[in-house]
Design a protein around this ligand. Structure first.
Ligand code: FUB
Length: 439
């Protein structure tokens, strides 16, 4: 398997979606050796020769990692459909995976279609094993016996017993043998969950003696993230509530994982940011997650801003905003024909402003600010910290032009530390901003 390592963007990836070099979905995040590793599915577009047009199409898995949840590394392909002996090589059905560490080995669980239909007519689950979190992974010659379904997830309990969870309309669970490759008990249905509407994508974890079974569920029209709790890994579970509401823009699936990292919990999930018109091409996101004192999970409101600070000296992508004026501001793709180029902020007139929180200016005052901008008839923009009436950092005159240009202006005021950056238009003509960077 490929050993490609690609630093994604180098910086300023502290926004959503946080992987923008390809479509990614179903993110299972794990902390291994002080780094966060994300094992997502890899959506690609089906063609008449490849997969089924209009449906999910996935042929391989990449793994990504980060030490700070801001700068992400793509370690390349770790498992691919035509290099696993038991997998139907043209099934394009490498759906939501998981990975877990035990005794110095990394076990990567993935659901897909076997070539031998006597094993199973639909999906089953296989394992690939590695000595390091990014591989190389060696697939087992056969899938796990007795598992029929998708979305594997593994919990290793405090007593060392491992459990495999998966879904097929309902959610199922069984004990795993210490070798992590075989079931040690008959599968059971976790039956206390809602009976109406598809449930899938289980992610189970234990916190302060409570076992959380979290899962996407179609209560209404599309999936929302819900959870149930128990005092034991196999239940009985009590349904507790919603972690994330249905997508307001109609992305049918959601799929998630959660973990604590440096004293903060995070929710990893997906949306179709890079493919708004087709929700089978998804992108992974990340937001902070909080527990109430009684252990309840506080509902997460999805953000574009994501988590972490953005260094003022890196490109600040305002289009991943924290707040946007209700009039005179909009977000659009830089190149609608190539969404992977990212977005721009369009301020239509002097009503338009955008706020981006968590910009780390540090201790030393920057001398200038640079903006990548475009304004057909010219424009003036102002940059302030901490609100529309906060200190004026800079006023920038954008010369008229129909091309992108990098325009500089001196920084007039400076307060050390981390601030919200507010950029507003001061003229009645449109101005488009790709990014802002202090120097
Ligand atoms: O990515 C394919 C499928 O969509 C996953 O296995 C489900 O959980 C849903 O996200």
């Amino acid at each position: 398997m490929s050993g490609l390592v690609l630093l994604l963007g180098g910086a300023a990836q502290a926004q959503n979606p946080f992987i923008t070099n390809q479509f990614t979905a179903d993110p299972t995040a794990r902390v291994f050796n002080g780094r966060v590793y994300v094992y997502p599915s890899h959506d690609i577009l089906a063609t008449p020769e490849r997969g089924k047009v209009g449906w999910f199409c996935m042929e391989d898995y990449h793994v990504f990692s980060s030490a700070n949840l801001t700068d992400w590394t793509d370690h390349g392909v770790i498992v691919t459909q035509n290099q696993v002996p038991w997998v139907k090589p043209d099934s394009y059905s490498m759906w939501a995976p998981d990975c877990i560490a035990r005794n110095g080995k990394y076990y990567f669980y993935f659901p897909t279609t076997p070539r031998d239909t006597t094993i199973n007519k639909g999906f089953t689950v296989g394992v690939a094993v590695a000595d390091k979190p990014a591989g190389p992974f060696v697939p087992q010659p056969q899938p796990i016996k007795g598992v029929r379904g998708i979305d594997p997830n593994v919990l290793i309990d405090k007593d060392g017993q491992a459990y495999l969870y998966w879904s097929q309309g309902n959610i199922y669970a069984a004990k795993l043998k210490p070798n992590m490759l075989e079931l040690a008990s008959e599968p059971v249905t976790l039956g206390e969950l809602p009976t109406k509407g598809l449930k899938e994508g289980p992610f189970v974890f234990e916190r302060q003696g409570i076992y959380y079974l979290t899962y996407p569920h179609v209560e209404n029209k599309t999936e929302r993230l819900e959870y149930a709790t128990s005092t034991s890994p196999l239940g009985p579970f009590t349904v507790k509530g919603v972690i994330m509401d249905e997508s307001p823009t109609g992305c049918w699936t959601n799929h998630h994982s959660m973990l604590p990292f440096n004293n903060q919990w995070y929710l990893f999930y997906h949306h179709n940011d890079l493919s708004p018109a087709f929700d089978k091409s998804r992108s992974v996101r990340l937001d902070s997650l909080f527990f109430e004192p009684d252990g309840a999970i506080r509902k997460v409101v999805p953000t574009l801003r994501g988590v972490g600070l953005t260094d003022a000296r890196q490109k600040i992508q305002l289009d991943r905003y924290s707040r946007l004026s209700s009039r005179g501001a909009a977000i659009a793709f830089l190149d609608p024909a190539n969404p992977f180029q990212g977005w721009k902020t369009v301020l239509a007139d002097n009503q338009g402003w955008v706020q981006y929180n968590g910009v780390a200016f540090g201790k030393q005052a920057p001398k200038t600010v640079m903006l990548r901008v475009q304004a057909a008839t010219g424009a003036t923009v102002q940059l302030r910290t901490d609100g529309a009436t906060g200190p004026l950092l800079a006023q920038v005159t954008v010369p008229k032009g129909s091309q992108w240009q990098e325009v500089k202006a001196p920084v007039a005021a400076f307060k050390p530390g981390t601030h919200a950056l507010v950029v507003s238009a001061k003229t009645s003509t449109p101005v488009e901003i790709d990014w802002v960077k202090f120097e």
